[in-house]
Ligand binder design. Structure first.
Ligand code: SAH
Length: 195
């Protein structure tokens, strides 16, 4: 499958029905997900993949469509229902686990691919909890963060190291009341972290 094909396929997925601001529920745009997953595929990192905070399934389903064994962990049962429906509609084989990333212990995972809760301005508690769990789960991690997170991420992940930082355009759609424009392109940073 080509990257554009994957993007078009993922665009069809159903999103969050009632996104929760507290849980920072924001589906990764299909263009960004396709970019992330193709980078991971090129590096040979799509063996057994886990998406922490899998939401409506964007990253886990995309990984499965590229041949990975994919697992998604999600705390919100409504999002999980949508994710399962999405996987079924595309014939993607994904194991979805209902749980808190802080208390789920997974074995045999090669790669974590995630879009963790960003925190409004800077690295939040959410980022930290997700990163901690990712470090405890896999030897290779792809994690999406706000611009300007590099110093924090490099320090936080030690003794793991940041191998690459990819800057990816991210179309931010209006979905919460306080967003004023309909679509705004921001740039996000995808970190590839290994031990
Ligand atoms: N991975 C998806 C969703 C990203 S939004 C995508 O890329 O589209 C972040 C997701 O993390 C939300 O679905 C939110 O419900 C979930 N989440 C937040 N805190 C969580 C926790 N402690 N445990 C599991 N999931 C959590």
């Amino acid at each position: 499958m080509k990257k554009k094909q994957l993007e078009i396929t993922l665009e069809r997925l159903e999103g969050f029905s009632e996104p929760s601001f507290q849980k920072e529920q924001y589906a990764t745009p299909a263009s960004v997900a396709a970019e992330m997953l193709f980078l991971a595929a090129l590096k040979g990192d799509l063996g057994t993949v886990c998406d922490l905070g899998s939401g409506t399934g964007m990253l886990a389903i995309g990984a499965a469509l590229l041949g990975a064994r994919a697992i998604g962990v999600e705390i919100d049962s409504k999002a999980l229902t949508v994710a399962k429906r999405n996987a079924k509609s595309l014939g993607a084989d994904v194991e979805f686990i209902h749980g808190d990333v802080n208390s789920v212990h997974l074995k045999g995972i090669d790669t974590v691919i995630m879009n963790p809760p960003f925190g409004a301005q800077k690295a939040s508690r959410g980022d930290r909890a997700f990163l901690c769990r990712a470090l405890a789960t896999a030897k290779t991690i792809y994690s999406l963060h706000n611009q300007g997170s590099e110093g924090f991420i490099r320090r936080f992940v030690k003794p793991y190291t940041v191998q690459e930082i990819y800057r990816i355009p991210f179309p931010l759609k209006r979905c919460f009341e306080f967003h004023s424009e309909d679509v705004k392109i921001i740039e996000v940073e995808l970190y590839r972290i290994t031990c």
